[in-house]
Design a binder for this molecule. Sequence first.
Ligand code: AMP
Length: 282
Amino acid sequence: MILFESSDAMRQWSTSQRQHNRTIGFVPTMGFLHDGHLSLVDHARRHARVDSVVMSIFVNPTQFGPNEDFDRYPRDRARDETMARQAGVDVLFLPDIEDIYPAGARTFVEVEGLGSIMCGASRPTHFRGVTTVVTKLFNIVLPHVAVFGQKDAQQFLILHRMARDLKLDIDMRMAPIVREPDGLAMSSRNVYLNDDERRQALCLSQSLMIARRLIEDGKTSTAEIIDAMRSHVGAHSLARPDYVTIRDLDSLDELHVVKKPMLVALAVYIGKTRLIDNWIYT
Ligand code: AMP
């Protein structure tokens, strides 16, 4: 596995791969890797069949709000390097903040509308930070294919729209959510949870299963499905919902009546930790 810490070195490598007609798959992450991240590497190789996989690890300050967890976001470079190597990552790109945001940087990329709802309602600058950093990383890594997780479905839909709107020549792919054996969606932030919180965190995936069962039983009113999900979350003393919503998968408009393809998504504070999860009905 090759390690690059500078964007110049990274881009030189990618340029030479392209000159040799070798395809590049790209998996951007914030590190503290888990099997969810590694599944994206596998997806790039197996489904997108790229010649090499580049993974970036960059805890991006612009996607954190002023009172969020940027400073305490978990980081473990040595462990990440080992895991990435074992997963068959070809190039690990670890830029520093000054490289990605040189002094005086004033340019942001924003997808209007989609970034101010759902997670964007409580994190108003979050998606602008994501679209900006992913654009910069795309311009450095020069990928043919980029793979993201359904865990952050809104993020993927926004990035997909950005790629389309900006005419980026990148195949944008979304890979399924990887879960712990008991159903909790894997997340770097799960380390924040104490034992009680870890148990109660199951209310997210469980409420998605409730939604799924209601829909499979023929329920069509999204308000009733959302009520059932909220009351399940509400039965957990450490859980406080940020949002529970059912939306059209493309426009992210709220749906009143069940209609495929749709996104059932929720964000819940478990103690002080904000967790997200979703299910796509197709
Ligand atoms: P992060 O490091 O949290 O920014 O995530 C980096 C990438 O990994 C994003 O595309 C996420 O959607 C994806 N990801 C995070 N958790 C999971 C998971 N449990 N299953 C699948 N993909 C995930």
